[in-house]
Design a binder for this molecule. Sequence first.
Ligand SMILES: C[S@@+](CC[C@H](N)C(=O)[O-])C[C@H]1O[C@@H](n2cnc3c(N)ncnc32)[C@H](O)[C@@H]1O
Length: 232
Amino acid sequence: MSVTSNYFETSYPFELSDVDGAAIATSLSRMNDVHTWIDLGCGPILPIWAAFVRSARRVIGLDALEENVAFVKSQLEARRVLEPHRRALRFARDELGFGDVVEEEAARVLFDRIVEVSQWDVLQCCERWVGECDLVSQVGCFGCLQSFPQVRDALCNASRYLRPGGRFLSVTWVQKQYDGQRGWNGPVSAELTRESMIGMCIDAGLSISRADVLETRDPTYDSMLLLETIRR
Ligand SMILES: C[S@@+](CC[C@H](N)C(=O)[O-])C[C@H]1O[C@@H](n2cnc3c(N)ncnc32)[C@H](O)[C@@H]1O
């Protein structure tokens, strides 16, 4: 199994121990009145997170890795609801109060609103989307970056995509020491703190509505920083 399909299959089991998945899904599910949403560093699982943002009409996924982009595109083409998607839909129904969805409705919720998936580096601003979005998210992407200046640049780009009043959800896993082993995390993951993220968000024109240090099910990380912010 490739790294990409393994990530798709295993990253969010949405079972009792999956406190990470539960916290992210819950936060996304509260993002109402979203027309346009960009998920930065979407990986192979954009349709899974789409299960929780039902109001979004245009969903865009950007990721640096060609394999991830191709994986999501193939899912959009096939429109097949697979077990990782079903787990997300069950969690949405059983834990978050969403209604049950029949097969065709599930495919619409998961795939049909995704209007673009592109290979793109979050350090570059995609001018087409500037000022267009009601929601921008990054889940585990900025932790892959190399340094604070890169996180600052990525945050400024995220902020630029938002309309005034639009929301930015940031989720970053932190570890005490960067061991160079984790392909999905970069050196900055050992340096980011709640306070540094708050400061950089404010500098990027974002007001903080929530900044929590949460537990993670992955023992190789120390915690998960979840910030919800609003474009001033
Ligand atoms: C830990 S995975 C998270 C995937 C997904 N967002 C999730 O919620 O599980 C990190 C993702 O960020 C992407 N990524 C890392 N650095 C990036 C960059 N500079 N620009 C765009 N995407 C990047 C990786 O390719 C990967 O898909």
